[in-house]
Design a protein around this ligand. Structure first.
Ligand SMILES: [Zn+2]
Length: 212
């Protein structure tokens, strides 16, 4: 299964072929519909206009759940589409979270204990006893430098057989990640940070896009 959302994350419409059907569980030759991984939520996708109800990873393939009576059969050519405004917000917030994580772990040595990227906001949970509010100005100063520098974001395979992916910014970092990524830091744009404390010794940082 070719994961087009990795090679070409800007596609919102793709002609593909059904490779397997087992009841409502369907697999495709190529796909643009991202399935939950690394904290990034799944895309809202459609096949010939029918909504993808669910998706899951099984080894290297993604299995999609289609509505009962979908009428798809092996070998059939279909059109897959995704809800692009949602995906684009997820991509931008995902990378915003990547950068905040890099900055916080390097500057303060905080350990990440969780992360989630939704359409409206991303959050990262860190192990820390320091109030994150006191650091936001310094974190955002570094973040804005990277955004305003409009640095290219390179992505690729670190290992093809196991489908391990990375993103890289020259001179900044190379990080393993199987998410979908924008082409440059300028596309991420500016963000706001908000502290939310879910438990003792855990600092939760929420990230929102300023313009979305
Ligand atoms: Zn990533």
């Amino acid at each position: 299964m070719r994961k087009v959302f990795w090679d070409d994350p800007y596609q919102d419409k793709w002609v593909t072929r059904v490779t397997s059907v087992a009841g409502d569980q369907v697999q495709f030759d190529e796909t643009i519909a991202f399935c939950f991984a690394g904290g990034q939520e799944s895309d809202k996708g459609y096949v010939n206009g029918m909504p993808i109800l669910d998706s899951r990873h099984e080894n290297d393939v993604i299995i999609y759940t289609l509505p009962d009576g979908h009428g798809l059969a092996q070998g059939m050519e279909v059109v897959m589409t995704i809800h692009w405004p949602r995906r684009y917000r997820l991509m931008r917030l995902h990378f915003a979270a990547e950068l905040i994580l890099e900055i916080v772990t390097r500057k303060y040595g905080w350990e990440k204990v969780g992360a989630h990227i939704a359409e409206g906001k991303a959050r990262i949970d860190f192990k820390s006893d320091t109030n994150a509010n006191t650091l936001f100005a310094a974190i955002l100063a570094d973040f804005n430098d990277i955004i305003n520098g409009n640095k290219p974001i390179e992505t690729g395979y670190s290992e093809v057989e196991t489908q391990r992916r990375y993103w890289k910014i020259d001179g900044l970092a190379q990080v393993p990640c199987g998410g979908t990524h924008v082409r440059s830091t300028g596309e991420v744009g500016l963000v706001t940070l908000k502290r939310d404390r879910p438990g003792k010794g855990i600092e939760r940082i929420e990230i929102r896009l300023v313009d979305a």
